[in-house]
Design a protein around this ligand. Sequence first.
Ligand SMILES: Cc1cc2nc3c(=O)[nH]c(=O)nc-3n(C[C@H](O)[C@H](O)[C@H](O)COP(=O)(O)OP(=O)(O)OC[C@H]3O[C@@H](n4cnc5c(N)ncnc54)[C@H](O)[C@@H]3O)c2cc1C
Ligand code: FES
Length: 498
Amino acid sequence: MADPARSLWRLTSPVIDTDGDLPARADVVVIGAGLAGLTTAVLLSRSGRRVVVLEARDPGAVATGNTTAKLSLLQGQVMSQLREHAGQEALEAYVAANRAAQEWVRAELSDDPDALDRRDALTYATTPEGDRAVDQEAGALASVGLDVDLLGPGQDAGLPYAVTSALRMRDQWQIHPMRLLARLAAEVRERSGALLSGCRVRGADVEAEDVLVRTTRGTVHARSVVVASGSPVIDRAAFFARLKPSRSLVAAYRVPGEIPRGMYVSVDPETRSLRTARDGAGRELLLVGGSGFTPGRERDTDRLLRELDAWTTAAFPGAERATWWAAQDYRTVTRVPFAGPMPGSDGRIHAATGFNKWGMTNAVAAAMTIAGDIVGEPTPWAEALRSPDLGVRDGVDLVAANASVAANLVTGVVRAVRPEPGEPAEGEGRVTRDGIHPIAEARVGGEMCRVSAVCTHMGGILEWNRQEQSWDCPLHGSRFSPDGDVLEGPAVEDLEPR
Ligand SMILES: Cc1cc2nc3c(=O)[nH]c(=O)nc-3n(C[C@H](O)[C@H](O)[C@H](O)COP(=O)(O)OP(=O)(O)OC[C@H]3O[C@@H](n4cnc5c(N)ncnc54)[C@H](O)[C@@H]3O)c2cc1C
Ligand code: FES
């Protein structure tokens, strides 16, 4: 069986203390203790609000503790794609928001040398498609006055292999995301807030005065609610249908000799993301990210880690993997993150999502936007990023997305109709049938687990993720453990045991 996933950040995280009892009321309830939720909670606490943060698992358990944590304004192809889908005005607002967020995080961590390193960021290509993407990105960056050096074929990008073109932005940052979360969590509690782990929100009702938040540990009343759960778990605007989940692997390697100092992202058809990080003993490792896939749509997930290892040992001979992990993030069609009041909630439920794998700045910018809205001091970029034509362009892309979702659902059901004899081998899972009900069977650690194979969000048929030993939904990215516990995504209910 594959080694279990263990992120370097979570292995080297400070302890994060949490509270025991669910308070009966709060000024603001924040759902999710990732970077978006805890930053929102800190900003509102500093404005005198009593904030309760409810976390289904533990702080940083999902994207923030499993990221690559580059705090950068050079973001692969994001600026050119955002300009293409949302326009120049939105791009300008996006850059202003990201700049403010980057500065905020840098200031928060400025006294912690273990959490913050200044580095050059590079976006590079090794293929003609990549060169075109580099050119387009250079154009978008120039249009918003972001300075970069353009490197051509023979120029040194600091990598042990040849690149055909690259953009270099000086003086960006890489961070230790769990050290940041630990600091934010401590401040929320010091300012009379509360942070509960193992408290899953199941729903919320907007009442005359308050919002009533229903959780696995009771109910809490609040004036406002902020949904910072990745894909929003309270969803009055069908966000799930507008968000595309994308999951990637990250691995940390011991590399003989010099490790490249920069933070790199390739814009070739196959994305690679590189940076350094330190292990618990202070030794420098190379992080390599890539092998992106849509959760629930990749049959052969253990191939992805083998490919990442093969690429790394070819590029860095002698590299040895120390640990690996995986995470997913969500993007909107326009690439503009969403931060604002949720339609249909009377302005009392706010959502933060769609950070497109650049949440170290975007989650913080979203937190600033939402905290600004709640205290009545809106950020300068908020309105320009709430694009009124989002729906028109979304409509076009949604047809394609939903057609492929429907195809997956049908394939899943048809497969489930054929029961398979025997039992799955160790580490394997399969969908079979009990009467008319699709069953997800997996054998993990010698134990057979049998649960419903129907996603509790909206009925998708789950797919076994062999590398991570989880059941993943091809529709909107919910994931479940072999025995049915929700791991992440828009689902709020566990799978039924069978
Ligand atoms: C592989 C990868 C690499 C990345 N690299 C970078 C990078 O280099 N730079 C960068 O800027 N960004 C990067 N990102 C993006 C960044 O990590 C994310 O955008 C960011 O961490 C998202 O933060 P969040 O708070 O929205 O989500 P999360 O950290 O996922 O927090 C959401 C929390 O909500 C909780 N939750 C969910 N449902 C419920 C519920 N019902 N009740 C209560 N709690 C609930 C979850 O358990 C979770 O802890 C990367 C992302 C990935 C996937
Ligand atoms: S995540 Fe929506 S149906 Fe599974």
